[in-house]
Design a protein around this ligand. Structure first.
Ligand code: IVH
Length: 474
């Protein structure tokens, strides 16, 4: 028979253990126990809290599931405004930034904190007495939205700080974002349910955080990295930005491991090149890097111009999204006869190259995204992935925009196109009669990982087929 005291003690033990493992897993990305064991601890705590509801506290690890929905998000005035950053696009801009600072401070060389610029949305997290009391979006910089109940569901945001030496008031600022994998999984799930998919992780993160129903936020794979402070009680007076990040890490706040100290403009540009190379393989989207003067006394001396600090700059990467016009849609026939709709676009510079074709995947996708010929569309090219039409700018739809129709005849051989009820893919029924299928099939047959026929490449195959010298792989 357990006494009330025993239960209370066990509840406390479980909370301490869950907090510890939560930090290992979500903040340090270094779990110590298997997921099943974590779940077991969580279930035991849930059971005890159900049996003894008077023991439930708002910062219990069980309380992240999402509170009741609200009618609208409240307003929060930021005690310290949330600023934006000036942009640098070219090397010269970075050299000029560094020169300006050295001249103002009259010093030879500056040490900068170089950080990935996450593409999510800025939030301010207020801790009082080490407990999370408020979460707010940036809004217009002076007033944001109260998203306290929503940020509480993000597991990499601690409900309570670790250690003891934190200031009585501490506002942690950083970026809420959705990792690439989580974004893709969410879109797959939405597509399967026949719902509209999101254009990019950034919009998805913003939409997910600003939900009126925190249970929806809880269901979205959001994460958080901090990059600075807002209001702080006077008893904390750090000397360097890098020391702030070190302290925050000790207090259990998640800090990006890619943040490095560099010296001078040269160090900044090396960092830019290095992160640029990693960009496609990072688990989250970034739209650039940020350089910040590391010494906080120098930051104070430099101050601000209008809404941006003089001591920091965002060095942007080429954009991975652009708007352009969808001129027409062609259908390409694959080896199995599958018809893939391809967007023909007004050429646009995106993700570092000029793109004039993009995949539209299949007819269902076109219908779900409601893409029409003549539309202004958003083209995405992330890393080496083939460019895709991610969405439509409905506000720019012309009156004569035309719906995309699946051709009734194969554009290559004229055979009938069939699309069995309930299937996503439409196919040419021509089989080997269809030159497209023949070519693709022979290409597949001759490929390195199949028969590996040296010299039988794309050009030769096309010639053989055009001249009807070869009709089947056999
Ligand atoms: S510092 C006073 N650091 O970029 C400086 N911002 O264009 C305030 N961002 O609203 C921002 N990563 O949402 C800073 N490592 C980083 C960042 C970062 C992403 C975002 C943030 C901010 C916007 C400014």
């Amino acid at each position: 028979m357990s006494t009330r005291q025993d239960v209370k003690k066990r509840v406390q033990e479980l909370r301490d253990q869950l907090r510890y493992h939560n930090h290992r897993y979500y903040v340090l990305d270094d779990p110590e126990i298997p997921d099943a064991e974590y779940d077991r601890l969580m279930r035991e705590l849930q059971k005890l809290e159900t049996e003894h509801p008077e023991l439930v506290t708002p910062d219990s690890p069980t309380q992240r599931v999402g509170a009741a929905p609200v009618k609208e998000l409240g307003e929060v005035r930021h005690a310290v405004p949330m600023l934006s950053l000036d942009n640098a696009f070219a090397e010269e801009d970075v050299l000029a930034f560094d020169r300006r600072i050295r001249e103002r401070l009259e010093v030879e060389s500056i040490e900068y904190a170089a950080e990935p610029k996450l593409d999510g949305l800025a939030v301010s997290l207020r801790y009082e007495g080490g407990k999370l009391v408020r979460g707010a979006t940036r809004g217009d910089g002076s007033t944001g939205e109260d998203v306290t109940q929503n940020v509480r569901t993000i597991k990499s945001i601690p409900l309570e700080l670790l250690g003891r030496d934190w200031p009585a008031v501490l506002e942690v600022r950083g970026e809420v974002y959705m990792p690439k994998k989580g974004f893709e999984a969410l879109n797959r799930r939405l597509a399967k349910q026949g719902e509209k998919t999101y254009v990019n992780p950034r919009n998805t993160a913003a939409g997910s955080l600003r939900q009126l129903d925190p249970r929806i936020t809880a269901d979205r794979p959001l994460e958080f990295y901090c990059y600075g402070l807002g209001e702080v009680a006077a008893d904390y007076a750090p000397r360097r930005h890098s020391m702030v990040l070190e302290k925050l890490r000790e207090w259990g706040v998640r800090v990006n491991r890619e943040i490095k100290l560099v010296i001078g403009a040269e160090g900044c540009l090396d960092y830019y090149a290095k992160i640029g190379k990693q960009r496609a393989s990072l688990p989250y989207e970034i739209d650039g890097v940020v350089y910040k003067v590391d010494r906080l006394d120098w930051q104070a001396e430099l101050g601000f111009v209008s809404r941006a600090p003089r001591w920091a700059v965002a060095h942007k990467f080429p954009a991975e999204e652009q708007m352009t016009i969808l001129k027409t849609v062609d259908f390409q026939v694959g080896r199995t006869g599958a018809l893939t709709p391809t967007a023909r676009l007004a050429p646009v510079f995106v993700g570092g190259t000029t793109v004039s074709n993009a995949t539209l995947h299949n007819m269902d996708e076109i219908e779900r995204k409601d893409i029409r010929i003549g539309d202004t569309v958003i083209v995405r090219r992330a890393g080496d992935v083939i460019p895709e039409v991610a969405g439509v700018v409905l506000a720019k739809r012309p009156k004569d925009a035309k719906k995309v129709k699946l051709p009734r005849k194969c554009p290559v051989c004229g055979s009938e196109v069939v699309r069995p009820e309930g299937e996503v893919v439409a196919r040419c029924s021509g089989g080997l009669f269809c030159a497209a299928q023949r070519g693709q099939l022979i290409r597949h047959f001759a490929a390195r990982r199949a028969m590996d026929i040296e010299g039988l490449g794309e050009k030769l195959i096309d010639q053989l087929i055009e001249n009807e010298l070869v009709t089947t792989p056999a």
